[in-house]
Ligand binder design. Structure first.
Ligand code: ZN
Length: 499
């Protein structure tokens, strides 16, 4: 239908058009049982259709019951994004037929979402950016269709294990203007979900599904263009690329005099392009009406207050605290806040080691720790258990006090990371620590002075550079394990005093 975006036309088209983007994100909520029945949510790797009951299969005559924890996660999200949390809410039926939806409708929330009018602020390469969140509501997931081949015939199989899993849908206002802002919004929301514990939000396995409504309009125009829904973006990188591609595609199409149609397009990772999936339904096609099997849900002030009080420190607040209380750079603060294991290690070491310098500690966590953690199995950086916060604090104190060289400290850390052995015992076993002993240092210096009378004479004759040679000799005698600064000071003291 439309020509592929031509690289040549790209920048010119984007100068004339502005993109308008709204994001819808579905997150699978962390609960023990499904949204409206008692079936387990542990469906990963389970045999197809092994986690179903009459309720989540949509059999006639059954009644749903509301999962309290799922409701609490949406309310917690509402507080975390500064949304208005509804004192009363209700459930609606969203009617449509699809083989993976046995009831013929999905129980969702239409008129009265649990949370509305929130906001999320995050950093972009062009500075901080705020996206208004229109609503966050609760609904149930559908089953899953598996298209396969059986005995030479193409078949579609249905697995209802996912049917009735609790889903939170979070919808933004059309505030986003660039593909990067869209990616950053999704990343910040994912971090928020993980921080408050509402969802693991892994995109790869569908726990977090990002859809974008993308339209363009000539710069300066108020009214919106026709929007196209883009889905099947399975990574943050795919979110940014798919939206960038779609903006370009629409600009090129409009320039060529084509009409943009309301449609749903999928992201093809292999081809790095979007493709037509189906025409997009209008909201009124769903014939929403109140769910007759569920009463309205009342949220008491006490219940809400408890949920709010249990919220952990939010990423935005933590970033500011790291910058202001510990003097970390914006970059370091961001790296720590984005990695729960790293942040826990940083905080743990701060708590365990009184007086440990926070900035140096942060360097160790974002540097050596994350390097080793990423190289380890699982690669997600989840090896926090292998680094003891108190041991890291002890090591950083040794470095800060000059008792151990940076190179030796990295060796100690590597061994602790690998074996879990204590820092003090590693340092002792390797003999790294003897150098901080003033007596041992003094003995080494005495030996070097006695063995190098010419250099001593040079220094006393006014050749200050001779100290460098003598320091080098002490370092050599101690196999590189002496603190060069301490040696220098001690050497000068002896040379100047002993005349
Ligand atoms: Zn069930």
């Amino acid at each position: 239908m439309t020509a592929a975006p031509a690289a040549a036309g790209k920048s010119a088209a984007l100068e004339r058009y502005e993109a308008v983007i709204g994001i819808e994100i579905h997150c699978q909520l962390k609960t023990v049982s499904k949204m409206f029945c008692g079936c387990s949510t542990e469906i990963d790797g389970a045999a197809p259709n092994s986690h179903c009951c009459p309720v989540c299969l949509g059999l006639p005559g059954v009644l749903p019951t509301i999962n309290r924890t799922a409701v609490e996660w949406v309310l917690a999200t509402g507080f975390a994004i500064e949304a208005t949390v509804a004192p009363t809410t209700r459930w609606d039926r969203k009617n449509y037929f699809y083989p993976d939806l046995p009831k013929g409708y999905q129980i969702s929330q239409y008129q009265l979402p649990l949370a509305a009018n929130g906001r999320l602020t995050f950093d972009t390469s062009e500075g901080p950016f705020t996206v208004r969140v229109r609503r966050a509501h609760l609904e149930e997931d559908t089953g899953r269709l598996i298209h396969d081949e059986l005995g030479g015939r193409r078949v579609s199989l249905i697995d209802f294990n996912r049917s009735g899993m609790p889903l939170m849908e979070i919808v933004t206002e059309p505030d986003i203007r660039t593909a990067e802002q869209a990616r950053r919004y999704a990343e910040e929301l994912r971090l928020l979900m993980r921080t408050i514990g509402a969802s693991d939000a892994e995109m790869e396995n569908g726990q977090m599904r990002v859809e974008a409504n993308v339209s363009i309009r000539p710069r300066g125009q108020e009214s919106f263009g026709t929007r196209v829904e883009v889905k099947n973006m399975n990574s943050m990188r795919a979110v940014e690329r798919a939206i960038a591609y779609e903006i370009e595609r629409q600009a090129v199409a409009v320039d060529a005099g084509e009409t943009i149609h309301m449609e749903t397009r999928g992201w093809d990772e292999a081809r790095q392009s979007t493709y037509h999936m189906r025409p997009k339904e209008e909201e009124n096609d769903y014939r929403y009406f109140p769910e007759p099997d569920l009463p309205p849900l009342l949220t008491s002030p006490e219940w809400l207050a408890g949920i709010k009080a249990r919220l952990p420190e939010l990423p935005s607040v933590r970033r500011v605290r790291y910058r202001e209380a510990f003097g970390l750079s914006a970059y370091d603060a961001d790296v720590l806040v984005n990695d729960a294991a790293a942040a826990a290690l940083f905080e743990g070491a701060l708590a365990a080691g009184a007086g440990v310098p926070a900035k140096l500690l942060a360097n160790w966590v974002t540097g050596e720790y994350m390097r080793l953690a990423k190289g380890g199995e699982g690669s997600g950086g989840g090896a926090a258990g292998r680094v003891d916060a108190a041991e890291l604090a002890a090591l950083v104190k040794l470095v800060a006090g000059g008792a151990i060289s940076g190179t030796n400290a990295k060796e100690v850390f590597g061994e602790h990371f690998a074996s879990g052995a204590g820092v003090a015992s590693i340092v002792k076993a390797r003999g790294f620590r003897q150098i901080s002993d003033a007596g041992a240092l003094g003995a080494a210096i005495d030996q070097v002075l006695a063995a190098n009378p010419a250099a001593v004479a040079d220094y006393r004759a006014g050749k200050a550079a001779a100290v460098g040679f003598l320091v080098g000799q002490v370092m050599k005698a101690t196999r590189g394990q002496a603190n060069a600064g301490m040696v220098q000071t001690a050497l000068r003291e002896r040379l100047d005093k002993a005349e």
